[in-house]
Design a protein around this ligand. Structure first.
Ligand SMILES: [Mn+2]
Length: 365
């Protein structure tokens, strides 16, 4: 009898997302790369000899999908040797005319109702539960009052929902999770990987989205891969993404922006998408167009933003006959007498903080 199962857990593929921040050709290319995630998922699952592939909703970004996407989905899911479970989410909710509503091979199970349904897998000593969104919102708590039976089997739930009692997207409370007595709750909705969490005997996780679509979905993206048993779940993050969204800060203080940017560029061409944020104090207005052009060959896509501040003259108010003038004069004199650069630097910092405090400003720069 199986005591533990090999599991792949993914969610929030958002296939056919518009990628509206990119020019149309690149947006189409990115949608093509999203379709490749399905092939990679199938490959990963078959290589790992997974027993279960759990897909917790928002596989599609919207109700209408391209023919290429449906073809890729059918081909990839059909090639998976594991049992596949899909719990439609708020973006890909179940309807009778959804892409999900077709005849699927035996090993693919798609939940179609808000009420919890289950599939028994006696050969795996396991029961898989799941529910579906049937509209863009659901405000009922899908796990409320649910408790897995104590029958020696492994109990797993696939569910799109929000571990937040005030959510409009299938709210889940921590008590609901703990009282469910499920061995693993495979969640979707949150696009950042949560790692495996535990409440009572119940393990739960969000894998996050497997491919970023914007600078709110930065870094490595993928699925969770590992083992679920009646003693708990051990799943590790496995990267699946083609490209990453990166945010890089470049401090221009005391430098020409172009020079600062040059030293921050990668040493070889990157396939990632990068947002460069200029920070620190500038002596003149940076030419964002020229800086973007300088960085462009190094990334798949790059944009440059200016968050710098104009360098202000720290000692401008030193001659004032006020408390501010007095404090600045004192610090200036001490700076002139300071024995080292280090002392001068800390006195300058002290002057900045003092000036900010005296002017009731939050930011000492
Ligand atoms: Mn989502």
């Amino acid at each position: 009898m199986k005591q533990s199962l090999r599991v792949i857990h993914g969610a929030d593929f958002h296939l056919d997302a518009p990628f509206s921040a990119l020019p149309p050709e690149k947006a189409a290319q990115r949608r093509g790369e999203q379709r490749e995630l399905l092939r990679r998922l199938a490959l990963l699952s078959n290589r790992a000899q997974a027993d279960l592939v759990l897909l917790s909703g928002d596989l599609f970004d919207g109700g209408e999908i391209y023919g290429e996407t449906l073809d890729a989905l059918v081909e990839a899911l059909s090639s998976i040797q594991a049992q596949v479970f899909i719990a439609p989410g708020n973006h890909d909710f179940w309807t009778t005319h959804s892409a999900y509503a077709r005849k699927w091979p035996e090993h693919i199970h798609i939940f179609t109702e808000p009420a919890i349904e289950h599939v028994d897998l006696p050969e795996l000593n396991c029961t898989v539960y799941g529910t579906a969104f049937t509209g863009p919102y659901r405000e009922d708590r899908p796990l409320k009052g649910f408790q897995a039976p104590d029958d020696g089997k492994i109990h797993i739930m696939v569910l799109h929902g929000d571990v937040n009692p005030d959510s409009r997207y299938a709210p889940i409370t921590r008590e609901d999770l703990e009282e469910s007595r499920l061995d693993y709750v495979a969640l979707g909705h949150v696009h950042t990987c949560s790692g495996v969490q535990r409440l009572g005997k119940t393990s739960w996780a969000y894998p996050g989205c497997p491919e970023g679509r914007g600078f709110d979905e930065t870094g490595e993206k993928g699925v969770l891969c590992g083992v679920v048993g009646s003693g708990g779940a051990e799943l590790a993050f496995a990267s699946l993404c083609t490209r990453r969204y990166l945010i890089q800060e470049v401090d221009v203080t005391g430098k020409e922006p172009e020079e600062a940017l040059r030293t921050a560029l990668p040493t070889e061409k990157s396939k990632d998408l990068c947002r460069i944020i200029l920070t620190g104090e500038r002596s003149s207005e940076p030419d964002l167009k020229a800086l973007s052009a300088l960085a462009a060959p190094w990334y798949y896509s790059v944009s440059v933003r200016d968050h710098t501040r104009l360098r202000r003259d720290l000692w401008k108010r030193a001659e004032e006959d006020t408390l501010t003038g007095l404090v600045l004069r004192d610090l200036k004199r001490r700076m002139e007498e300071a024995p080292s650069d280090e002392d001068r630097a800390s006195l300058e910092l002290a002057a900045r903080f003092a000036l900010a405090a005296l002017e009731h400003r939050e930011d000492p720069l």
